[in-house]
Design a protein around this ligand. Sequence first.
Ligand code: PGA
Length: 253
Amino acid sequence: MRKKIVAGNWKMNKDLDEGLKLASELVNMIKDEVVNDVNIIIASPFLYLNSISKLLPEDLNIFLGAQNCHEKESGAYTGEISAPMLKSVNVSYIIVGHSERRQYFKETNEVLAQKVNVLLKNELIPIFCCGEPLEIREGGNPNSYVVKQLEESLYHLSDEQINNVVIAYEPIWAIGTGKTASSQQAQDMHAEIRKSLQEKFGKEIADNISILYGGSCNPQNAKELFACKDVDGGLIGGASLKARDFLEIIKSC
Ligand code: PGA
């Protein structure tokens, strides 16, 4: 059975005090209110990971996430953060290839494949993001665009390795825009992704990979999106910055 996952991507928001306050509010609410079996991930800015890790009780399904990492394990890469560094502060999941990184930092499918490799080597779980821009949704072939992202960054992996990857489908036109994909659009793409995984890795593996939806997911639309057969949870941006909203999304999963 594949896992249900709700991950909060704080992006470049909150200072240290605000971040710690949000994390501890969340922990308390989760303790009191969350009864469903869902893995919850907090992907804060790098700077606060170590402090937040100390707030997460071991008996709750809350895990620490990072928003990026460098593709090399160590060396002369001024300003960068490596997979072993993240591991040493108890991070378990790392978002890889978010569309903002692809767009503003020119991350290519090839570099993302290297990031996935270094994470798996260090026993960390990549949350690999894929998704098409608006012009492809409107005039192109979104399915083959997304499948190509998977092929070029993930399909060199072994069966054992792909089992440890989470995929997030995030249509770029839905991120931070308030324009969510309809549940039908989300389900169709998730089914396409699973079909492609099945062709490459077989049915058993494809059925076990969690595929999250991201893009303007909020407490109002989460339930319908998460009810789709191939949607196994969400990657949440804006709504993860408010403890109550994020909690309601978690409860909808
Ligand atoms: P959003 O962001 O929920 O603010 O649209 C999602 C994401 O970028 O992961």
